[in-house]
Design a protein around this ligand. Structure first.
Ligand code: 4AD
Ligand code: MG
Length: 502
């Protein structure tokens, strides 16, 4: 019988026909007379059913022994079956093994994160990782589309940079034929020059920060998109960030709903991301942190999380008993796998509960003038179901290029956009100081070597205008949209302090 090569995402068009899929064995199970091969082919999963009969006799035993991640071509009739993963099933008439894989290291049982990160080159194939990187690809595409469709000109900025922009603490130094240069922390200063030529510009590329913090929000190499706009005020720039975030969320909801569902993301929370976002000043945020709402939130957390730990304790005891008991082997395996998940959840909750008193104290004693910490951002963003733009931070905690507030010279005309559900900062931006004297004074105050920035100061000498922009971190955005706790899974090969393999 004639057969067509196709891919899992196209099976719908072939119901009742024979097709050939090229893929890898994701999982298998079976008994004496029937084998179920879950095959993945890069576009999805498909259950392929091999029944023992005359037609399959020549390969049935081979199929039965196929190990995880062996590569194969599988031919069979396509059946629509709602109960099957992906909604279709293949009734197999032929199997050709391309390569037989022995002892694939990532098995269905849970592995520690260090093990998985070291096996990132294989971990890619796991379904969760597959979903996350598909969402990332859409986010990246929408970023480009948003700016290209709105008349922004792409300006590629250099990665070798002669000077710091976001503080000297996080610079990676490189030997450039004997001279020290740094890996770019941002393309912003170069964009400021370009926006005086093209009005609306953006850059998009890898960015480097020697972050010595091992937090869930920090990578040493991450992707940042930065628009920069001439004749824009802080409020104009925040408007752009709102429209931009809405367009990304809308696009992912449209094109990657299945991925989000598979990742367990609450879609209602994403649908609630609508304009206008919340805007509050830093001083208002400080009041909230010290006020009753923040305290109530954390105290309620403490209660709920403690109660959940109690529930988990009871459940773990029950599962352990089943795992050790006299039931069927599959029941025991299932119970021990569930017990591992419960223990993981419990240890995470225990850590959170341990931290709550500290976070309560930090919030209650928040002092005007200090930067918002991670836990402070979490509180502010959890109190709202839309992104929150926190504006007008004390200029002492922000970068030198930010415009001084003409009504209060303690403040910078800047904003951080905090993603909801406690996620925290995904965008940082500002109006830029366009006045030469104020900028130079600020740079001197920060002890910056003025001579390295002469070209940048030229922008204030020749046709200086108000302008501004922001930077959005791709990985933090993907983590928030996918509902992930840590950003390390949102980039194909994460680079963090002490981690650069493979
Ligand atoms: O707030 P940041 O440092 O702002 C800038 O770099 C400005 N020059 C942007 C501009 O105005 N053109 O960084 C912007 C965003 C953050 O909000 C965060 O999403 C991301 O970049 N980011 C990081 N992401 C992962 N790991 C890190 N170490 C990050 N540092 C910043
Ligand atoms: Mg920032």
């Amino acid at each position: 019988m004639a057969t067509t090569k196709t891919t899992v995402d196209r099976l719908r068009a072939f119901v009742g026909q024979s097709v050939t899929l090229e893929g890898w064995v994701y999982k298998t199970r079976g008994s004496g007379k029937i084998v179920f091969l879950i095959v993945r082919d890069g576009t999805g999963l498909c259950q392929c059913v091999v029944e023992k009969n005359d037609e399959t006799a020549s390969f049935f035993e081979t199929a039965k022994k196929l190990s995880q991640e062996s590569s194969l071509e599988v031919t069979g009739d396509v059946l629509a079956d709602e109960r099957s993963v992906g909604g279709f099933e293949l009734k197999v008439s032929h199997v050709r093994v391309v390569q037989s894989a022995a002892d694939y290291p990532i098995t269905p049982k849970p592995h520690g994160i260090d093990f998985l990160m070291k096996h990132r080159h294989l971990w890619f194939r796991s379904h969760r990782q597959w979903h996350i990187l598909r969402v990332r690809a859409t986010v990246v595409d929408q970023i480009r589309r948003f700016f290209n469709d709105d008349g922004y000109v792409l300006i590629d900025t250099p990665i070798f940079a002669p000077a710091a922009c976001e503080g000297s603490q996080t610079l990676f130094q490189v030997d450039y034929f004997g001279d020290p240069v740094y890996l770019a922390q941002t393309g912003q200063l170069y964009l400021e020059a370009a926006c005086m030529s093209h009005r609306k510009v953006y850059c998009f590329g890898p960015t480097f920060r020697a972050e010595k913090s091992k937090t869930r929000r920090h990578l040493t190499e991450f992707w940042m998109v930065e628009p920069e706009i001439a004749y824009a005020s802080l409020s104009d720039v925040i408007d752009v960030s709102e429209a931009f975030i809405c367009s990304i969320v809308e696009r992912v909801l449209r094109d990657n709903k299945d991925d989000l569902v598979a990742l367990g993301r609450n879609l209602d929370e994403l649908c609630a991301v609508q304009k206008p976002f919340v805007r509050m000043t830093y001083s208002e945020a400080a009041d909230i942190l010290r006020g009753p709402k923040a305290k109530e939130l954390l105290e309620r957390d403490l209660e709920e999380k403690t109660a959940r730990i109690g529930e988990l304790d009871a459940k773990i005891d029950e599962l352990d008993a089943t795992a050790k008991g006299g039931g069927k082997q599959w029941q025991k395996d299932k119970a021990s796998a569930e017990a591992i998940d419960c223990r993981e959840e419990r240890s995470e909750l225990e850590e959170q509960v341990r931290n709550i008193p500290h976070h309560l104290e930090l919030a209650a004693n928040f002092e005007w003038g200090s930067d918002l910490g991670g836990s402070d951002e979490t509180i502010i963003s959890r109190l709202h179901d839309r992104p929150v733009a926190v504006t007008h931070y004390p200029k002492a905690v922000k970068a030198f290029y930010m415009r001084e507030d003409r009504n209060d010279d303690r403040l910078a005309e800047c904003f951080d956009l905090l993603a909801p559900q406690g996620f925290g900062e995904i965008i940082g931006g500002s109006a830029r100081e366009e006045d030469l004297d104020r900028l130079v004074a600020r740079m001197k105050h920060e002890n910056l070597p003025i001579e390295d920035y002469e070209w940048y100061l030229d922008l204030r000498r020749y046709g200086s205008v108000p302008h501004g922009g922001f930077g959005l971190g791709v990985e933090r955005t993907v983590a928030w949209i996918c509902g992930l706790k840590h950003i390390r899974e949102t980039i194909p090969y994460a680079r963090m302090m002490g981690k650069f393999y493979p």
